[in-house]
Design a protein around this ligand. Structure first.
Ligand SMILES: Cc1ncc(COP(=O)(O)O)c(C=O)c1O
Length: 420
């Protein structure tokens, strides 16, 4: 009978396109077809808000990237951090059936979750390995990024134990000053790689600190080319040369080399113009946001002028007002900085957030939106009636980036998959 606290009118029917869903954010298991009850209840029982992830949009974005870079550039689709909050197993599954042959993950843990979910494609461990993981890496056909002598020694021993030749990717630090070998360390690593019997240098990579600052980006490119020359001098010629993230993919074709590593564009968000990158320099890929975040009005309150709303009374009504209460809060990832700043869409109209976002509840002003009822669907991130709120907007209001907005939609918000 659904969740006892949430019972909505017959007319409120969830999208008929909901065909699959996962339980929870962590479990990643697709549990097959779900018949959405025509009861007007929430599509996922017990969840007052849910994130709809369009696998069709994801596949379309991948096709757009493929068309943009052409067939001769390999694509390593970045699905780390649970596919930026979208659900790595479902996203990788959809992308694999779209032809994706490489996925970028943070480390062994994330890669093993994908293997358990049946993903067969190559998995690049972008943040390297921890000591002790090397046997698992070899056994599960994972592709480690290396940049320290002990990486090479430990993986060489593990590959030797299994009598295989393990492909690895070497990372160069060209200006991010995070992970990767320095130019000075490179000759020594080259010697170790050349001497190795069970490792094959398949790839070499670096990561941009910025593509907006042209001077810095060019410096990184120049240093990367110096690194490639050192490899060549040592007779190491990896087939996969990669540096481009989404921003470089849409604005610097010269950085594509033989592989690109797009993340955020796959989820429908591109580089915005400004700070040194002009709109005309950004390729307009036909991208669609993959994730919409929805909830429903849990209650309505008519409030006289002069009433304070929510914790701290940070909003005081100036007039007789109608306030809709939404069962979503900062514990779901609806950021507290959206208090008195954000907006949602209900009945095709924008409704401003009034008062403080609390842990489980948010209040919005719907005074000028006629006909609202408990159970009405609300878009927290999404589109309706030609209006939209996207992760860029949340990011601007919360002084962060769309990545963080998407990644911080919490575990208690179930991901509901649309399409296949
Ligand atoms: C090493 C590496 N490559 C590629 C990406 C993808 O970046 P983006 O999402 O900006 O395309 C990331 C993400 O941070 C990364 O860490």
């Amino acid at each position: 009978m659904g969740h006892p606290r949430f019972s909505f009118p017959e007319s409120v029917v969830p999208s008929p396109h909901l065909v699959r869903h996962t339980i929870g954010y962590g479990s990643l298991a697709i549990i097959g077809k779900v018949t959405v009850p025509r009861l007007g209840r929430l599509p996922v029982v017990g969840s007052p808000s849910w994130a709809e992830v369009s696998l069709d949009a994801l596949r379309q974005n991948f096709r757009a990237v493929r068309q943009h870079v052409g067939e001769n550039v390999a694509i390593c689709a970045v699905v780390k951090a649970d596919a930026y909050g979208h659900g790595a197993a479902a996203c990788a599954g959809a992308l694999e059936s779209e032809g994706a042959s490489w996925f970028g993950v943070t480390g062994t843990e994330e890669a093993m979750a994908l293997r358990r979910a049946g993903i067969k494609a190559r998995l690049l461990l972008m943040t390297g390995i921890w000591k002790g993981e090397e046997d698992e890496v070899v056994a599960s056909n994972l592709t480690p990024t290396v940049w320290e002598p002990w990486h090479i020694e430990a993986l060489e021993r593990a590959a030797a134990r299994r009598q295989i030749v393990l492909p690895i990717h070497l990372k160069l630090d060209t200006g991010m000053t995070r992970l990767g070998a320095s130019k000075e360390a490179l000759p020594g690593l080259c010697r170790s790689l050349a001497a190795s019997q069970h490792l094959r240098l398949e790839g070499v990579s670096t990561h941009f600190a910025t593509v907006r600052d042209l001077e810095k980006a060019r410096k990184q490119e120049a240093l990367f080319h110096e690194g490639l020359a050192i490899l060549e001098f040592n007779h190491l010629r990896p087939a996969l040369i990669h540096m481009a993230n989404s921003a470089a993919l849409v604005s610097r074709p010269g950085t594509w080399k033989t592989m690109v590593r797009p993340g955020i564009v796959l989820y429908g968000y591109s580089l915005t113009a400004g700070r040194a990158v002009q709109a005309e320099d950004i390729a307009a890929l036909p991208l669609q946001p993959v994730l919409s975040w929805k909830t429903r009005v849990i209650a309505l309150k008519d409030v006289a002028a002069g009433e304070a709303i929510g914790y701290g009374g940070t909003f005081v009504t100036q007039q007789q007002s109608r306030i809709a209460i939404l069962p979503v809060g900062y514990a779901d990832g609806f950021h507290r900085l959206l208090s008195n700043r954000g907006r949602v869409i209900v009945r095709g109209e924008y409704a401003p957030v009034v008062g403080c976002v609390s842990m489980d509840l948010t209040t919005v002003d719907v005074t000028y939106i006629p006909g609202i009822e408990p159970g009405d669907e609300v878009a927290l991130i999404g589109e309706s009636n030609g209006k939209s709120v996207d992760a860029h907007e949340h990011a601007r209001l919360c002084e962060t980036i769309p990545y963080e907005i998407l990644c911080s939609i919490s575990k208690r918000v179930p991901r509901v998959y649309i399409g296949s």
